[in-house]
Design a protein around this ligand. Structure first.
Ligand code: TYD
Ligand code: MG
Length: 460
């Protein structure tokens, strides 16, 4: 018996392999409980896998020519930006997300858009019937005679049809439901997912097909089956949604052809996914006018500034121990900022309950929102509104100083485009005057900022 003939026993959760049957020690250690290893019979070697890059031996890097036009814009701007300016021909893109978040919808729309610019496109559905996909397509209003649909779970059949179709774009929905018949394990098992992924990678590279894979996400947030898939593909995008909101965020977590800092925002509407090209307007739609405790800040999501409304409610404490409740921001950071507000600006919060919330279910992670939190709390305490056209930016230190932030110009330009006319910014950011068409007011301390925004007379 040679090493080739021996079975391996593989964990279907993490891909751990062992020569003996039993349970997975890695998953047990990681708190995943007892996971039974599954036998994998050896696969006849047919040389289908191979390496994906064709080699011509070593060459000087400077002599290697590059095709500049191998990126195709799908026409869905938000998707193109997250991909790094369009999808690269011959690349393999994995789109992960919870069931029902809209992966099939997004890819059907993308496939149709791609079919306009890089036909033909083959959409392989291994989950839904052709009629189901057709129904969705009708609902989305996508029609294209250059978009071909194939209902197939056997990947070798798909592969065989590529010669006839010669697609420039391929969608496989989903990687967990397709299989290769030469493997014994069931669709969705680690072995199948890994081999199918590898096969599709070879096909994408070899035939220069822009390939999209749908991957379902398990309860614990990983793409079901193996993490090996994430290593294999060129780009991993996550499609996430908020349960109570119609918006969906597309996020790059790995991208060999672009930045991983970009997000794309969509709204799930009657007629499918609609791009939200102006996410700030979307987030701010329900903003109350002239209400104390509401402040708008700008948070950088990747290279794109997103305006967020911070709300604070300060009310006399009902118990001896005042409450602090924070949603959408870091609890400890808010406590720190409230302490700074009390000590450095003399706003007595010791006997007050404070509630802080980011409207619309948003999240602030950046210190640039510090000053906004401070002003929102002070505004609520003083019962004095912050003018609606004022944006507040700045990091706050423990001595009450307002510190410089990154990307000021970009944030101000976005705010100006959305109708903000004045901004409170760190004074140290103004050593070079900003070119953004907005009136800026530099502040050095929290007390300065309070005087500027909430002081008597005309603010800012
Ligand atoms: P789907 O793309 O099937 O999700 P996934 O492939 O990620 O499982 O989308 C499913 C949800 O989207 C479903 O609950 C209905 C909703 N939806 C709309 O609201 N509008 C639409 O136009 C479409 C096609 C779907
Ligand atoms: Mg689906």
């Amino acid at each position: 018996m040679t090493a080739r003939d021996v079975s391996v026993y593989r964990c279907q959760q993490c891909g751990y392999a062992s020569p003996k049957a039993g349970t997975c020690p890695d998953c047990l250690r990681a708190g995943g409980g007892w996971v039974q290893l599954v036998e994998e019979r050896p696969r006849p070697v047919r040389g289908t896998r191979g390496s994906v890059a064709t080699s011509d031996g070593p060459r000087p890097l400077k002599d290697i020519s590059m095709q500049h036009d191998n990126r195709v814009r799908t026409g869905i701007g938000e998707l193109d930006r997250v991909l790094g300016g369009g999808v690269v021909q011959g690349s393999l893109v994995l789109i992960g997300g919870d069931p029902g978040v809209g992966k099939s919808t997004l890819l059907l729309q993308a496939a149709c858009a791609l079919a306009q610019v890089a036909p033909p496109v083959l959409y392989v559905t291994a989950e839904e019937s052709a009629a189901q996909v057709k129904m969705r397509a009708d609902r989305l209003g996508v029609v294209s005679d250059r978009l071909l649909l194939m209902t197939e779970t056997d990947l070798s059949v798909v592969q065989a049809s590529l010669d006839d179709v010669k697609p420039r774009g391929l969608v496989v929905d989903s990687i967990q439901t397709v299989f290769l018949p030469e493997l014994e394990s069931a669709p969705g098992s680690v072995a199948q997912v890994r081999e199918c992924g590898a096969r599709l990678m070879t096909l994408a590279k070899g035939r220069s097909i822009a390939t999209f894979l749908v991957g379902h996400v398990t309860k614990d947030g990983a793409i079901a089956g193996p993490r090996v898939l994430e290593h294999l593909v060129d780009t991993v995008l996550y499609f996430e949604g908020e349960q109570h909101h119609a918006y969906r965020v597309l996020r790059a977590v790995k991208n060999r052809f672009g930045s991983t800092n970009e997000i794309g925002v969509f709204e799930m509407a009657e007629g499918g996914l609609v791009e939200v090209t102006n996410p700030s307007g979307f987030f701010l739609a329900e903003r109350p006018q002239g209400a104390p405790g509401s402040v708008v800040v700008s948070s950088l999501e990747g290279t794109r500034p997103v305006l967020l409304e911070l709300q604070a409610l300060v009310a006399r404490a009902s118990a001896a121990m005042p409450r602090r409740t924070v949603l959408g921001a870091d609890y400890n950071r808010v406590c720190l900022l409230l302490a700074v507000l009390e000590k450095r600006a003399g706003v007595p919060l010791g006997s007050q309950d404070v509630f802080v919330n980011v409207a619309g279910g948003g999240q602030v992670t950046e210190p640039a929102a510090d000053l906004g939190i401070v002003i929102a709390a002070a505004s609520s305490y003083m019962d004095r509104p912050v003018p609606a056209d004022v944006l507040v930016l700045g990091e706050v230190g423990l001595t009450g100083e307002v510190r410089a932030i990154a990307g000021l110009d970009q944030r101000l330009r976005e705010a100006a485009a959305l109708g903000f006319r004045r901004a409170i910014v760190p004074r140290s950011n103004l050593l070079e005057p900003t070119k953004a068409p907005i009136k800026v007011h530099g502040v050095a301390t929290v007390a300065d900022a309070l005087a500027a925004v909430l002081g008597e007379g005309d603010p800012a």
